[in-house]
Design a protein around this ligand. Sequence first.
Ligand code: NAP
Length: 303
Amino acid sequence: MYDIIVIGAGPAGMTAALYAKRAGKDVLLMEKEYPGGQIVNSPLVENYPALPNVSGADFAENLQKQISDLGVPVEYAEAESIEKNNGVFTVNGSEALTAKAVILATGVFHRGLGLPGEEDLVGLGVSFCAVCDGAFYRGRDAAVIGGGDTALQDAIYLSSICRTVYLVHRREAFRAAAALVEKAKSRGNIVFRTPFIPKEYLSDDNGVTGLVLENAKDGSLETLETEGVFLAVGLAPQNDFARSLLELSEQGYVIASEDVYTAVPGLFAAGDCRVKKVRQLTTAVGDGAIAATAACDYLDELE
Ligand code: NAP
């Protein structure tokens, strides 16, 4: 039995594992895909204190190396359910793993637009990751959908690869940081298309050929010709496996306080997976440190 199982190897989970291991606990990190979480999709993180120009991939790689050097084991498996019996947590995945405390750091995944054919077009012109797929559109046109930090970051990143980047947003106002909007506006090849709502993918046997947009002001339709559509329309949690043990918010986020305690003693929630106002790299790693400290306190009290 482990002292602590951390579920999710994004910045919050890896930071929690780092702090727990350094506190002398027997900790296991569980990850269903690859370490790093959503930050690996971030071309350039410009607001992390003292690291003004780090790429998300480099940040994740450094953090992964840091915990690997400490000897934190990683179990590559998806948590399918979690239960607590007689003070012991069992996390069921490819095998049943037990621990005295658990830190949920399951992060979020990228939402799609939900338009017909979208799922089939992922990898054939529809992408959730500009850093991963941008090079396919070198010298060609691409569209980014959304008005948040991710969309603006993606558009700026793609503007140095693509001929023209169409930034399609359903409102005139952007929720992204003003500095990102200004930076995007300063790029000569980012064309702002607002307020436009994507209505339909156009495609042939090779994939996406365009996007039908509706002008939100007058309802008129027009076609944007592009073979690359980068979706940045928000994030959704992935906490259903914990639903039997925990109360989740209406949107599926873990209900936990700012000190990351859930209603279940010994179960903590860190980072984007919990109900919170500010979802940033800084707040994710902050949550990870707080969760590990809280879990260590809990274990010390048990003893
Ligand atoms: P977000 O802030 O939720 O923005 C999603 C955008 O997509 C919004 O502009 C939204 O429009 C639009 N949208 C949602 N559903 C849509 C639909 N069906 N059709 C068309 N447009 C749709 O998501 P995000 O940009 O991925 O950011 C998520 C969190 O990560 C935020 O807290 C953000 O600050 C943080 N983040 C931070 C950084 C950083 O460097 N600081 C980088 C990336 C992300 P409306 O505005 O009209 O709702």
